[in-house]
Design a protein around this ligand. Structure first.
Ligand code: GDP
Ligand code: ZN
Length: 439
């Protein structure tokens, strides 16, 4: 897809910095280099130090100019990069000069990557991976994003798609040619291939959403009786005061969430209202939400006050299927009896590292269970595979080759949506071209 408008944007973070990078992509990129540097673009992919001039001809900075001619660029178009000094006025001068040029306009969000996808430089999963790499806050997120960028998911979905398209071609052949011309195994092979792909999809779908959890963060609910020290624990883990710590029981009435990097994993920690028979409506709502959070959490940290009789509501049945980490707090106070589980004093900090390690270990368990890294990192991928698996399950029940083929076609389309390659007919053309049936 050729576009005739040229886009530009600051690729580096906003604000004052040592260096700022401005990218230009499109047919007028060459003109932009010529106008700003008063010279033709440098040799491809080689940085050239040049004086850069405003529209009025005044030199506003000296910086590096890089030239990536089409099609060997990120977008597949002519791309120019200006690496200039990252002062606000310098950047403003360059942006102003570019904006004044005919055919140039400021890029919208993700527009460079979008052009790259449209020009076949990268597929949708790689485009998503770039967004994830930019957003990655933890090591696990970075690792996962890079794996997807390297094509882990694209390769698998292309493989499934190709296999199914072959099976589809066999089925179409069975429809088009009479029995004498075509051996019976052709339909059997098609069914066998569809079954193998269906099993592969089901295996991926059984990944316990690990990829999505790495991206979005593991959800950890901190629950327990009022005054047990839930808010103090959340604050200690977050390293800053995010939750309200108070001596008045029932202060944290709603759910407060913090995003943390715990041992390389993204974790969303939720401080909840104390679980007790509530004094008023608002508190009761808080308790209801706390229980709801605990039920939807990937991990529950149950905080208990070792110095006070346990006055938490009985909600254990709701947490039956959950991983619950019990932490006995206030170890600095005299305790009536020895307690099972982790002991902690948020007053002195004793035991805090053990709690951090235990949460990290539980997170690792959830996110890396099953060994192999998951391929699916977004609900979008999961929905596509679910749709494809359902179509293949339906195909198995179809006796008529025509109906079998139609379900296969739906499965191929659904899988194609993952990478953005949905051209079933094109693929059929390619496969039919070397499909020898003696005709
Ligand atoms: P929450 O209601 O469970 O969120 O409990 P908070 O974090 O608000 O704490 C309730 C009270 O217990 C506050 O006054 C805290 O300072 C106090 N507290 C929290 N942890 C400890 C601890 O380890 N030792 C002692 N002695 N007091 C604590
Ligand atoms: Zn609280």
């Amino acid at each position: 897809m050729r576009r005739d408008d040229t886009i530009f944007a600051t690729a580096s973070a906003p604000g004052r910095a040592g260096v700022a990078v401005v990218r230009v992509s499109g047919p007028a990129a060459r003109f932009a280099v010529q106008t700003v540097s008063r010279k033709a673009p440098p040799p491809p992919r080689r940085a050239a130090l040049r004086a850069l001039r405003s529209g009025a001809g005044e030199i506003f900075d000296r910086g590096l100019v890089l030239w990536f001619p089409a099609p060997d660029s990120y977008t597949g178009e002519d791309v120019a990069e200006f690496h200039i000094h990252g002062g606000r006025a310098v950047l403003a001068a360059l942006i102003e000069a570019l904006a004044a040029m005919p055919g140039l306009r400021a890029a919208g969000p993700g527009e460079f990557t979008r052009r790259g996808v449209e020009n076949g430089k990268l597929d949708l999963t790689q485009a998503e991976a770039i967004a994830d790499l930019v957003d990655a806050e933890t090591e696990a997120q970075r690792r996962q994003a890079l794996r997807q960028y390297d094509g882990a998911l694209a390769r698998c979905s292309d493989g499934w798609r190709t296999d199914l398209t072959k099976a589809l071609a066999w089925a179409e052949a069975a429809i088009d040619f009479s029995d004498e011309e075509l051996p019976e195994e052709v339909m059997a092979d098609a069914r066998q291939t569809a079954a193998v792909v269906k099993d592969a999809l089901i295996a991926q779908l059984g990944d316990a959403h690990r990829g999505e959890l790495v991206r979005e963060g593991l959800f950890v609910a901190v629950v327990g009786a009022p005054n047990a020290g839930k808010s103090s624990l959340v604050n200690a883990l977050a390293g800053r005061d995010v939750a309200i710590v108070s001596e008045t029981a029932g202060t944290t009435r709603d759910v407060i969430e913090v995003r943390l990097n715990l041992g390389g994993y993204a974790v969303v920690l939720a401080d909840t209202a104390g679980l007790r028979a509530a004094a008023d409506h608002i508190e009761a709502e808080g308790v209801r939400r706390a229980l709801q959070r605990a039920e939807t959490a990937d991990l529950v940290v149950l905080v208990k006050d070792g110095s006070a009789p346990d006055n938490a509501l009985d909600y254990n049945d709701k947490l039956d299927s959950k991983t619950v980490l019990t932490v006995w707090n206030k170890a600095d106070l005299p305790w009536p009896a020895a307690q099972q589980g982790l002991t902690l004093s948020l007053q002195t900090g004793d035991g805090l590292q053990t709690v951090v390690d235990a949460i990290t270990a539980a997170a690792r368990d959830k996110l890396e269970a099953g060994g192999e890294a998951p391929l699916l990192t977004r609900a979008r991928h999961r929905e596509a595979l679910e749709e494809a698996a359902a179509a293949l399950a339906r195909a198995e029940t179809q006796d008529a080759p025509e109906l079998f083929a139609e379900d296969l076609r739906l499965a191929v389309r659904a899988i194609g949506r993952i990478t953005g390659r949905v051209d079933v007919e094109d693929l059929l053309d390619v496969i039919f071209r070397d499909f020898c049936i003696g005709k």
